[in-house]
Design a binder for this molecule. Structure first.
Ligand code: 5AD
Ligand code: SF4
Length: 345
């Protein structure tokens, strides 16, 4: 195992069988995490880039079996922020909190037309920040309009590259269409973020290996990996859910194979353990996305249990994250924090 990990550190390449072998071997994880930490330091440095996350609508037309925002969940209060509210939150995040990237995330809510979203984008770009969109599947034309309005980056997780599992857990959605969207986002010129869940019923170490190889093949600039956490108002409420340990392993291997990308220490990791993000930052991650949505909205952005309380109020959450970064001898990023992978292209 030592040899395989060393090979990945040097060559940034492993086969499906090799990835699977490492994922299945419990005894090598300390070495794996240390190797990912070293590769992270060498390729992207000690800076941790912060992104201010605004969850502007929890309305979704999709029905993903794992997600609390799914269309059929009648047990949550739905909200949509208006343009002024979104822009005011962004302004606070940039001018008061000093954040240099704003992430606009929502369910797939068709209420926001390209016209409205482009107007919001132009207003936020006036604050001199990078903007990331995470709003789901759209047409190439629409993606191009967002790019033109100033959006820099786009997050669209593939969730799982295992087609059969994807179709089972994302009823009514098309696996081909999702891949197509990722290619369209590249065509539109976005810095591209994708990623997967870890611990969905039926996922295997082989499918995680395929996920990692897919990230490499598509040339992703950012990869978000989160343990699946069962939500009580979904069909997967009795599922076992993912472990922090396996999510960290998939993340660490992703760092070894895609050394110069951005990798967030995800909120789902912090939800499973109170030092989940610290562990992630020391196993390959170099980004944190503190939530800047006010708590009165945020408690309804209920993708999975425990999510909405991570960190507390926006100002408190930011302080906590900054303390964490300095406690482990790292620094808050001073620039926009584009991925090195993207900058090289
Ligand atoms: N547990 C963990 N992550 C989840 N997501 C959705 N539902 C859950 C859950 N139950 C993730 C998906 C989506 C992202 C915004 O949240 O991967 O892409
Ligand atoms: Fe909607 Fe995203 Fe939740 Fe699926 S994961 S139901 S697309 S918000």
């Amino acid at each position: 195992m030592h040899k395989l990990i060393q090979k990945a550190v040097v060559e940034h390449n492993l086969s499906r069988a090799e990835l699977t072998e490492i994922l299945q071997d419990d005894s090598c994880k300390t070495e794996l995490f240390a190797a990912a930490d070293e590769v992270r330091r060498r390729y992207v440095g000690d800076e941790v880039h912060l992104r201010g996350l605004i969850e502007f609508s929890n309305i979704c037309r999709n029905n993903c079996c794992y997600c609390g925002l799914r269309r059929d969940n009648r047990n949550i209060k739905r909200y949509r922020m208006d343009e002024e509210t979104v822009c005011a939150l962004a302004e606070h995040a940039v001018l008061k909190m000093g954040l240099k990237t704003i992430v606009l995330q929502s369910g797939e809510d068709l209420f926001y037309t390209p016209e409205v979203l482009c107007r919001i984008l132009r207003r936020i770009k006036n604050l001199d920040v990078a903007v990331t969109l995470s709003i789901g599947e759209k047409s190439l034309q629409e993606y191009q309009a967002y790019k033109q309005a100033g959006a820099d980056r786009f997050l669209l997780r593939i969730e799982t590259t295992d087609k059969e599992l994807y179709l089972r857990h994302d009823p009514g959605m098309s696996w081909e269409q999702r891949r197509h969207c990722l290619h369209d986002l590249k065509t539109a010129g976005f810095e591209l973020g994708t990623g997967c869940l870890v611990g969905l019923p039926g996922q295997t170490t082989e499918s995680y290996a395929d996920d990692i190889l897919f990230f490499k093949q598509i040339g992703a600039d950012m990869i978000g990996i989160g343990p699946f956490i069962p939500h009580p108002d979904t069909p997967l409420k009795t599922a076992a859910g993912g472990t922090l340990d396996m999510a960290l392993r998939v993340m660490a291997l992703t760092r070894l194979l895609l050394p110069d990308i951005n990798i967030p220490a995800t909120t789902a990791m912090e939800t499973l353990a109170k030092d989940g993000q610290r562990q992630a930052l020391q196993s390959g991650a170099n980004v944190i996305m503190p939530n800047v949505t006010q708590v009165d909205y945020r408690r309804y952005y209920d993708l999975y249990p425990g999510k909405s309380t991570v960190g507390g109020t926006p100002d408190k959450a930011l302080e906590k994250v900054k303390n964490l970064i300095s406690a482990i001898g790292r620094q808050v990023g001073t620039g926009y924090g584009a991925s090195k992978h993207f900058q090289k292209k």
